[in-house]
Design a protein around this ligand. Structure first.
Ligand code: GRG
Ligand code: ZN
Length: 340
């Protein structure tokens, strides 16, 4: 047993514990809310929502709480003829939905369904069609990626591509060295990274850049002390983390910041016990779900990143999360092998 959260969380008062059963029920209820306006307002996030909910359930030790068959059917129903996935059936393909589709299929051990029933160019298998869709989004001059065929470029998309392609074992379809050079060109004087060269450091982008470097095997290019210092300064008095200086704390940064610290081996530079308490205070312990801050409305995004943050901190009873892929470690070991 190691990690700052393990010792600290066992010292927490009984009334502040992770409300596992309510969280499972909350996630299970999300798909049965079709009579609510919010369900339709969030349609553009449906596939990512499935990734957040399913991953949270796996980390909670409840992998069977959603039907595997229905999960696979839904994912396949979101695929476009160009090989990419939309957020919901009938939506245009987008890189972030495509990443979520690959992550969900990997999690339920169904990536081979792409070869059997996937759409797109069948030559060489359905996984290849997905890989080609992603590879086409790389800017071959700069090395970075766009989110869709029209969209802006952003280091989020560079990470999303390397994540999905590596799970598909198709990283060779893109120029990984150029992608690495691009990430390096986004490094700032404070040790952080932004969306593009010269853009302000932001914890979300730092996560994306570090995870991309990690997948490329080039985490050695990071200025660990400078970045570790900037990241550890994200912890505010209440124990929560913010995304950049002078901003409010928010549960999702328990993931973006803590996973970044984990990737550079400096998670102990923040107070894990205080962060654990902050995340637990953001729970709705009766109806389930976690909010961005105490007292706010819960949502599946913050529920997932709160639980994933607790897993990084070693909260007792949770499955271990992989800091690079934001998926259960067991899944990453199954897909990529123990020494990925
Ligand atoms: C598989 C985990 C995973 C991610 C997929 C989407 C993505 C790839 C990465 C996103 C990284 C990122 C930029 C996260 C930050 C999201 C966020 C909370 C943005 C809010 O930014 P502001 O400026 O908020 O609105 P602040 O907190 O700065 O006020
Ligand atoms: Zn947030």
């Amino acid at each position: 047993v190691s990690g700052p959260g393990r010792a600290a969380s066992s010292a927490l008062p009984d009334e502040i514990q992770l409300a596992i059963e309510p969280h499972v029920k909350y996630i299970q209820s999300l798909d049965s809310r079709r009579n609510e306006l919010e369900y339709w307002l969030t349609e553009h996030l449906r596939l990512s929502g499935l990734y957040w909910g399913l991953t949270a359930l796996h980390l909670l030790g409840r992998p069977d709480a959603l039907s595997r068959d229905e999960t696979i059917e839904f994912i396949l129903s979101c695929q476009n003829e160009n090989g990419g996935f939309g957020a919901a059936p009938g939506h245009d393909a987008h890189l972030l939905s495509t990443l979520s589709a690959v992550q969900v299929l990997a999690t339920v051990d169904a990536l081979d369904e792409l070869d059997e029933r996937g759409k797109g160019d069948k030559e060489g298998g359905g996984k290849l069609a997905v890989g080609k869709y992603i590879a086409n989004l790389q800017n071959r001059e700069t090395g970075t990626f766009a989110g869709d065929e029209w969209g802006e470029e952003d280091t989020r998309f560079l990470y999303a591509s390397l994540n999905a392609l590596s799970l598909l074992l198709l990283l060779h379809l893109v120029n990984v060295n150029k992608a690495v050079d691009y990430v390096v060109s986004c490094a700032n004087f404070d040790g952080g990274y932004g969306v593009s060269p010269g853009a302000e450091s932001h914890s979300g982008q730092i996560f994306a850049c570090l995870a991309a470097l990690n997948i490329a095997g080039r985490i050695d290019l990071v200025n660990v002390d400078k970045l570790g210092r900037w990241l550890s300064e994200r912890q505010v008095d209440g124990g929560g983390l913010n995304g950049r200086p002078e901003k409010l704390e928010d549960v999702c940064y328990s993931w973006w910041v803590a996973s970044s610290l984990t990737m550079i081996g400096k998670l102990h530079w923040i107070d894990g016990g205080k962060l654990t308490e902050f995340i637990l205070k953001c729970q709705d312990t009766k109806q389930g779900g976690i909010a961005d801050r105490p007292g706010d409305m819960v949502d599946v995004f913050h529920t997932h990143f709160g639980i994933a943050g607790l897993s990084l901190l070693g909260y007792p009873g949770l499955e271990e999360v992989d800091a690079v892929y934001c998926m259960p470690k067991k899944v990453i070991e199954r897909v990529l092998g123990p020494n990925k």
